[in-house]
Design a binder for this molecule. Structure first.
Ligand code: RET
Length: 277
């Protein structure tokens, strides 16, 4: 049972700080992506709006996850000041379990939106876009819905079975995205092509962290350690997959705006100090 987890002072602080870091990153990126809307052509703005929505949705969920964590674990020496290195341990308060469900609800909303923004920034023909979304969105919902029963399972066999089922749509999404991004790369300007390649690698590297973090309990790692590293893994991967990814989408949208419209590029370059180009 997760209720039996006991965290050391350092383990508690590690999770606390990882969640706090993720919350701050989501809020800051949300504001940034809203403010820079006018720095790209209108046809790319939807990708940026969706990207900032992803960060706001995630910020809300990180706030809930953070509260759920601090309410679920209390110091066993409540009342005395905690000190680094002291033998303070934190255990779950009965009945106030840590809710892992927030992450899955978050992914259920943000993963389809992330896929949408990726396809939107490519500015493909309407028909191609639609057929891509029809493949990617159901697959992403399936991936998350199949992962959840395993995440809250208390035995490794159940966890493994749901994890394996969830991996099928996961691999399908990566395959479709890889092929589509490669196809559209051939028709893009040079710098955009480089950035799309970066986007592709970032996607592969960060999305790959989720199944690994999920697998930790299966690898025979102590359950408190597995819990801590899973929280850190999911949080860092979320910051990369949402914030860094959103910033890269902005960079691509801006480069494509410049390539599409010389007058816009000239205007922007005239107004911006060289450091902001
Ligand atoms: C689960 C269950 C185990 C198997 C796999 C998983 C994949 C999860 C992924 C989540 C991606 C989330 C993102 C969120 C950012 O907003 C569900 C952990 C394959 C890939 C990108």
């Amino acid at each position: 049972m997760p209720g039996e987890l006991v965290l050391s002072y350092a383990q508690y602080q590690t999770v606390f700080n990882a969640l706090s870091f993720a919350l701050a990153s989501m809020l800051a990126t949300f504001v940034f992506l809203l403010v820079v809307q006018g720095r790209v052509l209108p046809r790319y703005r939807q990708a940026l709006v969706v990207s900032s929505m992803v960060c706001l949705i995630a910020a809300y969920h990180y706030y809930r996850i953070f509260n759920s964590f601090t309410e679920a674990y209390i110091a066993n020496d409540a009342g005395q000041p905690a000190q680094a290195g002291a033998t303070v341990v934190y255990s779950l308060v009965n009945g106030e379990g840590f809710n892992e469900g927030y992450r899955y609800v978050d992914w259920l909303l943000t993963v389809p939106l992330l896929l949408f923004e990726t396809v939107a920034v490519l500015a493909l023909a309407q028909k191609t876009r639609k057929s891509l979304m029809l493949k990617l969105i159901p697959a992403s919902v399936l991936m998350i819905v199949l992962g959840y029963p395993g995440e809250i399972a208390t035995d490794n066999l159940t966890r493994g079975i749901w994890g394996a089922l969830s991996t099928i749509p996961f691999l399908y999404i990566l395959y479709v995205l890889w092929v589509e991004l490669s196809k559209s790369m051939t028709t893009q300007p040079n710098q955009v092509r480089k950035d799309l390649n970066g986007l592709r690698l970032l996607l592969l590297a960060t999305w790959g962290v989720y199944p690994i973090a999920y697998l930790l309990p299966q690898l025979g790692i102590d359950s408190a350690e597995a819990f801590v590293w899973r929280q850190v893994g999911y949080s860092v991967a979320d910051v990369l997959a949402k914030c860094l990814f959103g910033l890269l989408i902005y960079k691509i949208a801006r480069e494509k705006s410049f390539a599409d419209d010389e007058a816009f590029a000239a205007q922007e370059i005239k107004e911006a100090p060289s450091s902001a180009r």
